[in-house]
Design a protein around this ligand. Structure first.
Ligand SMILES: NC(=O)c1ccc[n+]([C@@H]2O[C@H](COP(=O)([O-])OP(=O)(O)OC[C@H]3O[C@@H](n4cnc5c(N)ncnc54)[C@H](OP(=O)(O)O)[C@@H]3O)[C@@H](O)[C@H]2O)c1
Length: 324
């Protein structure tokens, strides 16, 4: 097998495409032949030692992937060789094979594409947990999605629309805004051109959005929060732009508004039953055609550094998927 090995978490340049012995699964594990692995922003942070989780070295990055079970370890009865699965295991996905805990693998229905399966779990689960659970989004409310053409952003647009909300997508180019409208956003703001506060005011008749979905942070968060509606909920999803914003607390008082943290990974660990119910809803929405990952492009697994560069340069629209 081959995999992208991180021996020093100093950045993408330190990763090496390395031949490794193909491991045998231990008790409770499976060996997966990887067909597709998607790039999530945390995959970038983890190789730069900037992610909250620091795996022991060396490790293979790649949090989310799909493929075919090649072998099962002792005690694994729910999966068998030849079965198609998706897996979100935090690391291991950027290679030709991976060992994963059988409990982390979701069997795929016949005909489910590996590319969609690899691109679905993290972004849609994060956005569903954020909008439905943390924000308690109601039909008819307006959601402002920042970084709306990215992975979690495109998922947030589709989920908010499925829940009956009005969506304003905000992104950094006309091309990104057009993509957001093509997948259901009702209106868009190009924040590389338009004044964010003025544009929000115009698009909401001065009322502001009830919910702000914020995976970007930095300079966007404060003007967005200053525009929020009475009783609004500002979802703290991530800081893709780098800086973690600091807000004057009086702004929350003035709007009776809430700053609401979102950490899907810990939600899944701490509240597994609620998470399983949510995943069931997402599977149903996928089958009904209400949600579908936006695939920026597929690239060969060996091209991982170029894929990382595209994400770091804000080039990815939707999800970038590496394939074997
Ligand atoms: N809380 C959770 O549970 C959770 C789960 C998954 C991901 N996240 C976080 O959510 C954020 C987005 O993840 P993602 O996978 O959707 O990433 P992504 O596809 O790369 O999207 C991030 C978006 O952020 C914007 N951005 C602004 N400045 C940027 C910069 N300097 N570099 C890169 N992007 C920049 C870009 O949109 P524009 O160019 O339009 O500004 C980009 O489309 C990350 O911070 C990630 O860690 C959180």
């Amino acid at each position: 097998m081959h995999a992208w090995l991180c021996t020093e978490p100093t950045g993408v340049q330190a990763l090496a495409w390395t031949e490794l012995p193909t491991p045998a699964p231990q008790a409770g594990e499976v060996l997966i032949e990887i067909r597709a692995a998607s790039l999530n922003f945390p995959d970038l942070l983890i190789v730069q030692n900037k992610y909250q989780k620091k795996p022991p070295l060396p490790f293979v990055p790649g949090s989310e992937y799909a493929g075919v079970v090649a072998a099962v370890g002792a005690g694994v009865t729910q999966l068998k060789p030849g079965q198609n699965v998706a897996c979100l295991s935090g690391t291991g996905g950027f290679g030709t094979h991976a060992i994963a805990a059988a409990d982390l693998c979701l069997p795929l229905p016949d005909g489910f594409s590996h590319v969609d399966a690899a691109a679905l779990i993290m972004t849609y689960a994060t956005s569903h947990h954020a909008l439905a659970d943390r924000a308690q989004l109601q039909a008819g409310e307006t959601v402002l999605v920042l970084g709306a053409a990215g992975g979690v952003g495109t998922a947030a647009i589709q989920i908010a629309k499925t829940m009956g909300a009005r969506v304003i997508a905000a992104a950094s180019s006309a091309e990104k805004c057009a993509l957001c409208r093509s997948i259901g956003a009702d209106a868009s703001i190009d924040y590389s051109q338009d004044n964010l506060r003025e544009a929000i005011k115009t698009l909401t008749d001065g009322q502001g959005p009830q919910v702000i979905y914020d995976p970007v942070g930095g300079d966007l968060s404060e003007p967005a929060f200053r525009s929020i509606a009475w009783r609004g909920r500002h979802l703290v999803v991530g800081f893709a732009s780098g800086p973690i914003p600091a807000l004057p607390w009086n702004l929350a008082l003035l709007k009776g508004a809430s700053i609401v943290g979102v950490f899907w990974g810990d939600f899944a660990r701490r509240e597994p039953r609620s998470n399983a119910a949510m995943m069931g809803q997402l599977a149903q929405w996928y089958a009904q055609g209400k949600i579908k990952p936006v695939i920026d492009r597929t690239m060969p697994m060996a091209a991982l550094p170029a894929a990382y560069a595209r994400m770091g340069a804000r080039g990815v629209m939707g999800k970038l998927v590496l394939v074997n």
